[in-house]
Design a protein. Structure first.
Ligand SMILES: C=CCn1c(=O)c2[nH]c(Cc3ccc(NC(C)=O)cc3)nc2n(CCCC)c1=O
Ligand SMILES: [Mn+2]
Length: 631
């Protein structure tokens, strides 16, 4: 029976029925956060999530009854969600950072150039965007209150958030992707900690007509807003992934990067892996890759080099901070994997396949007649008598010209299902990072691996990252897109200032008497003149990680080149490799290619960063250009 105080609280919010949870104990900050938004969104009732098994089962039953999800009886507690085809991916053009002054949020692109490093919105437009969407948006619905922690509860590197949402799909997915529920609520109550305020509604089209009953959304008016000054995130109209699971991109990267700047640490779009050599030395590596580079495949790598072991800490986000001894310690703030399904198979990522058959929410993948899932890349796993239903719900066969699964279809699966998690993956102190990799999909000119000469050089390499992508526009060619630090869609503030912050880490580390991590650039995707891949990739990448470890240990197994240090002759272990590798071509450095590359990088800086570019980064590019010219 709620206490008198909470009854008073309820009256304040229009005598709403609090279905679950006792509001009396909530600290004032949380109470007013809920109350203000309940008054704004007018839900029929409020459900304070405790994250329990029974609560989750009730939500799954309710989602099943609504037709949003169907059970996949071939696996243990696995579900398939099909979205409105208009709500299938992050919407970058509708994603904004709100600051007083535009230049705090974004760089100023050159005349006539479209900015590609984030979108700014004024405080006035932020307010009006909310007031034209949220009033009454939750009528007839329940407002779920989701208390969640990014990072292990109680870790000095963790941060807490509260997401208010009218989507049970979001609540079930947040329970997989973050530490969510009563333990976090206790932390908020006991320690009255600041929390990131996240408000989400799938909304309703202005016409009032919901296109697809089982997936309410408002694609025409989708908007994703961030206000770093007050640690607020507001998302409307989409229930999909990075738009709605606000702990991931919105919190852990965009808001996270602004907190990290204030507090002196790094919030990065990076996987974290542990590699143990045959002699037992274990190293932790963080790596940033744009999409389509196989980040999750590397994070869960099955090494081919005998005696090596690779274990996973995370596949998408790293929060890294120098500890008192000047060691860079990293945590994975997430609690699940939200991986791209197509392309995942026993051949490309056997450990992912071993992870996703329990307590997993699949979205927009195809379904099989024996109650399982299917997607492009799983052809060899299709039994002959099995029929397939595509992500629209239509029957599909390998002869179909259409795709069975949406290219951005996902598995959302608990980390603790993964068989290769590192024992320290939840260590509250984080794991010590001794190498940072930047990578890209570069079919031409970029060698398999090279090492930065120093931190400043490495920061320039990160800022200059590019990767082959399928052109979004109609001409379906391949273009080499800039994606600095693989953070292009996720910066929380001005990219130039972000680079300054990266540069400042060197001084910070020095003052603590520590050693900076080494920076490397890797490229699994170089092709020969016939368009064939020069490197077999996948588990063979352990040979590159082995060389990186040798370099961290100080072995002189490198040769200097104008672009950086590459492996010296025969210092990459090729024993046991059953395919011929043309190492000469794989590591060739062509003067014309690199002259062109430095020009492209300069153009990117001029077009997109302008005066916000730190002079040290420009100097590093000048030095690279000079070295290449003198070849
Ligand atoms: C840890 C693995 C990283 N990695 C790679 O290292 C990699 N390399 C390639 C290119 C490639 C593709 C097929 C073959 N096939 C054979 C038989 O050699 C070899 C290389 N594709 C790769 N992929 C898949 C990218 C799409 C997500 C990939 O993930
Ligand atoms: Mn990502």
């Amino acid at each position: 029976q709620p206490s008198a105080q909470s009854l008073q609280f309820l009256r304040q919010i229009h005598s709403l029925k609090v279905l679950k949870g006792d509001t009396a104990r909530l600290p004032a900050s949380l109470k007013s956060f809920i109350e203000e938004n309940a008054r704004l969104c007018q839900p029929d009732n409020i459900h304070i999530c405790d994250g329990s098994q029974v609560e989750n089962e009730r939500m799954l039953e309710s989602l099943q009854a609504a037709g949003t999800i169907t059970q996949l009886p071939k696996y243990d507690n696995c579900w398939l969600a099909r979205t409105n085809p208009a709500d299938v991916a992050r919407v970058e053009s509708r994603t904004f950072i709100c600051t007083e002054k535009r230049e705090e949020a974004v760089c100023t692109p050159a005349e006539g150039v479209t900015g590609m490093l984030g979108n700014w919105i004024s405080p006035e437009d932020y307010k009006s965007s909310i007031m034209s969407r949220f009033p009454g948006s939750m009528r007839g619905r329940t407002m779920y209150v989701i208390p969640f922690s990014m990072g292990p509860l109680g870790s000095p590197l963790s941060k807490i958030g509260v997401e208010l949402t009218d989507s049970q799909y979001v609540a079930c997915s947040m329970r997989i992707m973050t530490r969510m529920g009563a333990a976090v609520m206790d932390e908020i109550i006991d320690k009255d900690v600041d929390f990131i305020k996240c408000l989400h509604s799938v909304g309703t089209p202005e016409s009032g007509k919901v296109e697809m009953e089982s997936w309410p959304c408002d694609p025409q008016r989708t908007i994703i807003l961030h206000k770093p000054a007050t640690n607020e995130i507001v998302s409307y109209g989409s229930a999909y992934g990075g738009n709605a699971l606000l702990g991931k991109k919105c919190f852990a990267l965009r808001i996270g990067s602004t907190i990290a700047r204030r507090e002196g640490w790094l919030a990065e779009h990076m996987l974290i892996l542990a590699i143990t050599a045959p002699d037992g030395t274990k190293r932790y590596i963080a790596a940033a890759f744009p999409s389509a580079c196989g980040k999750t495949n590397l994070a869960m790598l099955k090494p081919t080099l005998p005696g090596f072991k690779v274990e996973c800490i995370g596949d998408d986000i790293a929060w890294m901070k120098f500890d008192a001894r000047g060691n860079l310690r990293a945590i994975n703030p997430e609690y699940g994997f939200f991986g791209v399904a197509p392309g995942t198979s026993e051949a490309t990522n056997p450990n992912a396949m071993a992870t996703i058959h329990k307590n997993t929410m699949f979205t927009n993948v195809a379904a099989t007649s024996d109650g399982g899932i299917y997607w492009e890349g799983l052809e060899s796993h299709l039994e002959p008598d099995i029929t397939v239903t595509d992500w629209h719900g239509n029957s599909w066969s390998p002869a179909s010209t259409s795709k069975a699964a949406h290219p951005n279809s996902r598995f959302c699966t608990p980390i603790d299902n993964c068989p290769v998690m590192d024992s320290q993956w939840e260590d509250p102190e984080g794991v010590p990072i001794t190498a940072i990799l930047f990578g890209g999909r570069r079919p031409d000119g970029v060698p398999l691996v090279y090492e930065a000469f120093n931190w400043k050089h490495g920061v320039m390499l990160g800022s200059a990252m590019r990767s082959e992508a399928t052109a979004a526009a109609e001409h379906k060619g391949k273009v080499i897109m800039h994606d600095p630090m693989a953070m292009r869609p996720f910066f929380g503030y001005n990219f130039g200032k972000y680079l300054e912050h990266w540069l400042s880490m060197e001084k910070r580390c020095e003052n603590l008497g520590g050693k900076m991590p080494k920076i490397f650039h890797v490229n699994w995707f170089r092709k020969d003149s016939n368009g064939h891949f020069l490197w077999p990739g996948f588990g063979e990448n352990s040979r590159v990680l082995d060389w990186i470890i040798k370099r961290i240990e100080g072995e002189k197994c490198f040769q200097k080149t104008p672009i950086g240090n590459i492996p010296s002759e025969n210092s990459i272990n090729l024993n046991g490799l059953n395919t011929e590798v043309n190492m000469k071509e794989l590591f060739s450095i062509d003067r014309d290619f690199w002259l062109k590359e430095t020009e492209e990088i300069q153009k990117f800086y001029n077009d997109q960063v302008g005066n916000d570019l730190p002079c040290e980064v420009q100097n590093q590019l000048n030095e690279l250009k000079e070295r290449v010219e003198n070849m």
